[in-house]
Design a protein around this ligand. Structure first.
Ligand SMILES: Cc1cc2nc3c(=O)[nH]c(=O)nc-3n(C[C@H](O)[C@H](O)[C@H](O)COP(=O)(O)OP(=O)(O)OC[C@H]3O[C@@H](n4cnc5c(N)ncnc54)[C@H](O)[C@@H]3O)c2cc1C
Length: 244
């Protein structure tokens, strides 16, 4: 699912004013931005969905899609934003607490619906971990009876997002996280290299039973979809959020 597929959806909020409540450096290129509605209302959505965040000044307006990392109805809407020095990201890289942005949404068919499937596989690339953080927080808060295996690919170990939160989550829910580092990184003792069919089958021989969610940039998400199909996961059990 990408933002162009969803323009016909009716958003619950439209250009609503949010202020930057907190900014946390998560990795060298990724910051966690927490936004609070000016009127302090909370937003309901299904975990996995995204919103459009708009930057506005006297000369321009730039809106981009961002997956929500916080749980539905939280005090803040949280986003992990990869600062790539593009049109939007070069603006938000300079944001300060108190700055105003405009949010429209939520959107998207990439969402976790409780009760539909107990056995889940999440596959994330880079900041594609964001919707899974929302899903896992939601699962933990509601003490849902699920069995989740998360494959998470980053280039370097210092790019792992929400590392300590994921470790804590493993104690709170039936979650196994496999992080793989794709570039040369001698400080990393875990898996190395891209996620492959062999890597998935090593940790999960029965993967074809799992509802599979994939999120990340275009090439990553396409490759993971093909790998999931080669693991005999039926296409109706594969949901991909493709950022591109
Ligand atoms: C449904 C959806 C959810 C998304 N959620 C998130 C999210 O949670 N966090 C997040 O960081 N992004 C997310 N994105 C991507 C986001 O919407 C923007 O595309 C991204 O932030 C770049 O915007 P920009 O205006 O800074 O770059 P642009 O000015 O639009 O692009 C600048 C240039 O950089 C290239 N580029 C784009 N992305 C990357 C990249 N990752 N690495 C290197 N080069 C790149 C572009 O091809 C372009 O040439 C999501 C996209 C979609 C469709």
């Amino acid at each position: 699912m990408n933002k162009n597929d969803t323009v016909t959806e009716q958003p619950k909020i439209n250009n609503k004013e949010y202020k930057v409540a907190e900014i946390i450096e998560e990795s060298p290129d990724v910051k966690l931005y927490k936004f609070r509605a000016l009127d302090n209302t909370k937003l309901d959505f299904d975990p996995g969905m995204f919103v459009m965040i708009k930057y506005k000044d006297q000369t321009q307006e730039i809106a981009r899609a961002f997956s929500i990392a916080s749980e539905p109805n939280s005090e803040t809407l949280d986003f992990y934003i990869h600062l790539i020095n593009g049109r939007f990201t070069s603006k938000i890289a300079l944001a300060k607490v108190g700055d105003i942005y405009y949010i429209t949404g939520p959107y998207g068919q990439f969402k976790f619906i409780p009760g539909e499937n107990k056995k889940l596989m999440f596959i994330a690339g880079g900041t594609g971990i964001a919707p899974f953080i929302s899903m896992l927080r939601y699962i933990i808060t509601r003490k849902l009876d699920v069995d989740v295996i998360l494959f998470y690919s980053v280039r370097f170990s210092n790019e792992i997002i929400a590392r300590s939160e994921l470790q804590e989550m493993e104690k709170l829910v039936n979650l196994k996280t496999i992080i793989t580092v794709t570039r040369e990184d001698t400080s990393w003792n875990g898996e190395h290299g891209r996620i492959t069919k062999e890597m998935i089958e090593k940790y999960m021989p029965e993967c074809n039973e799992r509802m599979t969610y994939i999120c990340g940039p275009l090439e990553f998400a396409k490759a993971m979809k093909n790998i999931s199909i080669s693991c005999n996961i039926p296409s109706e059990k594969i949901s991909a959020d493709i950022w591109g």
